[in-house]
Design a protein around this ligand. Structure first.
Ligand SMILES: [Zn+2]
Length: 674
């Protein structure tokens, strides 16, 4: 039996083969089309019309989710081929569904029917969302425009897939073997050990460095050899650009993606793609978002200028770097940080072994939400993967999650949470949710456990926050359960909220144990970390604002037909916002997968937007006690449990008792003018 067609329990990741993809997708697409056909003839009531279609679509979504997941974490040429062959057919199906006028008509009838008022608020929200999505999906378009809409969607899906494949291929294609030990000065021992093992694996002598973060970042931060830093920086900054292999150049893909998105917006009657993107979001208009970003930039700029001036003068006087270049910034910053706060990421890392960190993280969730997290068993795609169960106070299963922590050649970069199974009611049963947490951390080397930097710990808390949003929902309807139906610009609230806990002494001291001595993190070192927390926070905030403004302007005012390039727009944005300018060859946009392949188009601002919400939410815990179970209960009830069943603005007000304020974010970033 095809494991992709088994929905009885957990995904059978250990049995799924590339040859299962096509037949499973064939079956599920056919079943989906049958259900769609039946739905268009059904009585417009929830049980007769919405429920059977949801069932069929859930099966397709789950199977496709497993394929997409394996494509992201365990890629192979055969799987990639199967994935790419099926992708246009799957997106074609969703497009068809979104454009089916009879279905649209049924939803309208349901919304107008006497039965509508009797539906739960969650179900009413699902129907409202469906009507909105139909309009955004082109359901009201005349036939020939509808055809064009479908073509655009299909081409965009392919272009996005190609975009991220190019980034992955360009990232994997580069490696540098260093045989001269003198060139390694400054690089931490565990990084060298990993580099040495990587070279050995290739049958080479010396040390192998790559553009994957666990290799790239320490070189940029610690290598005394300026040329080595510059080489890696240049290779990373020009990935998937005209400076590399022509077949991996994303320049054309960027232009084409923006062009098609503009065309799509025009078809729907919007002035820009940004307006389409904001329609289902919490923010109201591109102008409001640009105003919000401008406001933050104004607060951050004086702090960023001070950061940059300090760094330049430090680099000149202490490191003899006359002209500070982009490949000197992480290096000089790390040296300045070490001098000023007398500790390094590497020192802290020794106190953060995997198991202790995980237990510390679980302790926070257990204290806040009255749950327990225990190891469990499931079929997995790689031996690195771990699996856990969440139980409530009475011992009942709340949900499960996978953690896949280490970087691999076959895994795409970054860290992300994904839903594998969503909580919902099925007759008299509750289907419990399952989530994926994926990271790209360093694997254990030299017989020691994996050690995480504090930044990586923050990443883990972040993704776990997304996971809890998905797993602690109490909603019983698929469309607004967990993270489903949550506005994009509010979806980072629970994740960024969780990061705050990794900065609390009462949390951190229980999740540290030196890998060699077994000692907990010294309070003094923590005080230094805290003092260093806002080190260069002005620069960091401006950098995020730069990306967000580029994204919003690219999708609101930019027209590729004008002859202007996205690269030129990025340079204009940098001229206005950036305090430290990268070299002219920097092609950041060519690997900006968030907005070209990741669903963040005209949505990158949402990180900052949600940070305001999360910092403000966290200040409630600062007022009531960090691990206060009643505050936790309230956060779970008003934010996590409700999922997308009501607008995020309403959930926030219900939790905080008032509108969001920026004060807490500025305070957490040390940006309160004296
Ligand atoms: Zn996130």
């Amino acid at each position: 039996m095809n494991p992709l067609l088994d929905f009885a329990g957990l995904p059978r990741f250990d049995e799924i083969k590339p040859e299962h993809v096509a037949p499973a997708i064939d079956r599920l697409l056919a079943a989906g089309r049958d259900a769609l056909e039946a739905a268009t003839r059904a009585h417009p009531a929830w049980d007769e019309f919405v429920a059977p279609l949801e069932d069929a679509n859930e099966r397709l979504g789950r199977a496709w989710g497993q394929i997409a997941h394996l494509h992201a974490v365990m890629d192979s040429p055969a799987l990639r081929e199967a994935y790419n062959a099926a992708l246009p057919r799957v997106s074609q199906y969703w497009t068809e569904l979104g454009q089916n006028l009879q279905l649209f008509q049924k939803y309208k009838e349901l919304a107008r029917s006497a039965g509508f008022a009797a539906l739960s608020p969650a179900r009413q929200k699902i129907v409202d969302n469906a009507l909105r999505d139909f309009r955004l999906g082109g359901a009201e378009l005349p036939l020939e425009k509808k055809q064009r809409y479908a073509e655009i969607q299909e081409e965009l899906a392919k272009l996005s897939a190609k975009f991220s494949e190019n980034v992955l291929d360009a990232t994997n294609a580069f490696s540098l073997i260093v045989e001269n030990q003198e060139r390694l000065s400054g690089i931490p021992a565990d990084v060298l050990q990993a580099a040495h093992e990587a070279a050995q694996k290739d049958g080479r002598r010396g040390w192998k460095f790559t553009l994957h973060m666990p290799s790239y970042l320490p070189v940029l931060q610690y290598a005394d050899d300026r040329t080595l830093r510059e080489t890696l920086y240049r290779e990373s900054a020009t990935r998937a650009s005209e400076f590399g292999k022509p077949e991996w150049d994303n320049s054309f893909n960027i232009r084409r993606i923006v062009e098609l998105r503009r065309e799509l917006a025009a078809l729907l009657g919007y002035a820009s793609y940004a307006e389409v993107s904001l329609e289902p979001k919490m923010a109201q208009s591109p102008a409001q978002v640009l105003g919000f970003l401008d406001d933050l930039a104004r607060h951050a700029r004086p702090f960023a200028e001070k950061d940059a001036a300090e760094l330049r003068s430090f680099a000149k006087s202490e490191l003899k770097i006359e002209e500070l270049q982009a490949w000197d910034v992480p290096y000089a910053s790390e040296k300045l940080r070490a001098q000023r706060y007398a500790f390094s990421d590497q020192e802290v890392k020794q106190y953060l072994p995997e198991e202790v960190v995980l237990q510390g993280l679980f302790r926070v969730a257990q204290a806040l939400y009255q749950i327990t997290i225990v190891p469990s068993k499931a079929p997995v795609w790689h031996e690195d993967v771990r699996f856990f169960e969440i139980r409530d106070a009475g011992g009942a299963t709340v949900g499960h999650f996978y953690i896949d922590l280490y970087a691999r050649d076959t895994k795409r970069g970054g860290a992300w949470m994904d839903d594998a199974i969503t909580r919902r009611r099925k007759g008299s049963e509750i289907q419990t949710p399952v989530a994926h947490l994926n990271c790209n951390f360093s694997r254990p080397v030299g017989g020691k456990p994996a050690l995480f930097t504090h930044d990586e710990v923050l990443t883990l808390f972040h993704e776990f926050g997304h996971g809890l949003h998905h797993l602690l929902t109490r909603i019983e309807d698929l469309g607004v359960s967990g993270i489903n139906g949550v506005e994009w610009d509010a979806v980072e609230l629970p994740s960024q909220f969780m990061e705050n806990f990794a900065w609390e002494w009462d949390v951190l001291r229980h999740m540290t144990r030196h890998v060699d001595t077994g000692q907990p993190l010294p309070k003094q070192l923590f005080e230094k970390m805290l003092a260093a927390k806002n080190f260069q926070s002005g620069l960091a905030m401006l950098r995020q604002i730069e990306f967000a403004v580029f994204d919003m302007r690219l999708h609101s005012e930019f027209d590729p037909a004008s002859g202007r390039t996205a690269q030129r727009l990025l340079e204009e944005v940098r001229d206005r916002i950036a305090v430290l300018k990268p070299p002219a060859y920097n092609r950041f946009a060519n690997s900006f997968s968030h907005i070209f392949a990741g669903g963040y188009a005209a949505g990158y601002y949402s990180y900052k937007w949600a940070e305001v919400l999360s910092a403000d939410a966290y200040s409630f815990f600062e007022e009531n006690g960090i691990l206060d179970a009643r505050a936790g209960q309230r956060f779970r009830d008003e934010i996590l449990a409700v999922g997308g069943s009501r607008p995020a603005a309403e959930s926030f007000r219900a939790f905080r008792g008032r509108e969001p304020r920026v004060d807490a974010l500025l305070r957490h970033n040390g940006m309160i003018a004296a």
